[in-house]
Design a protein around this ligand. Sequence first.
Ligand SMILES: C[S@@+](CC[C@H](N)C(=O)[O-])C[C@H]1O[C@@H](n2cnc3c(N)ncnc32)[C@H](O)[C@@H]1O
Length: 204
Amino acid sequence: MPNSQKSNYKDGDSYTRKSREEGYRSRASFKLKEINSKESLLNKGMSVLDLGSFPGGWTQVSKECVGNRGKVVGVDIKEIVKINECLFIHKSIDKLTKEDFNKFEPILPFDLVLSDMAPNISGIRERDNAQMIYLIDKTLFAIDAFLKVGGSAVIKVFQGESLDYTREALIDRFKKIKVFKPKSSRSNSRETYIIGKKLVKENE
Ligand SMILES: C[S@@+](CC[C@H](N)C(=O)[O-])C[C@H]1O[C@@H](n2cnc3c(N)ncnc32)[C@H](O)[C@@H]1O
């Protein structure tokens, strides 16, 4: 096995072990923790929309940060085992409508939209990029519909085409844009995260 692969497996194991020890449902939890410690996106009392929330690691981290007064709504095509005081919509983002949020009316609009969604990887680069861009378009719909002016977003993308596409789409919407690959993200994975801060009003 090449050395680079060996060290990736080692990293993966240590974050998986750490997540089990600390009671998180996924090693992905540490990615959001790293993003948040760098960018301070999650604060007490905030409302958060967590797209692609299964098995719930980002939901757990978000809830810890927003506290009792804060609200977290997860969305995933897979059914999640409930997390205390968090809300879920069990649906594909394809099928998500404004009506799905009627019951959450009092907490709208959200302060933060997160997307850790990823397609099932086929290994065919063009196909995987196209599917990622499809999910990103759906995330942009959620941002336009449910994120408050001044709010922020974190979106998983693949380095290359989907990163360029998302950066272009966010430039018009946010005052500040950053790209960040957490250490807890496997170095041989093409995933990275794009962060948009301070949503601006149309025509601002
Ligand atoms: C990397 S996992 C998310 C891990 C999660 N952030 C955590 O910390 O536990 C990606 C998720 O995206 C979800 N997903 C992919 N396509 C989706 C879609 N069309 N609608 C909703 N969720 C989707 C998958 O079901 C999967 O659970």
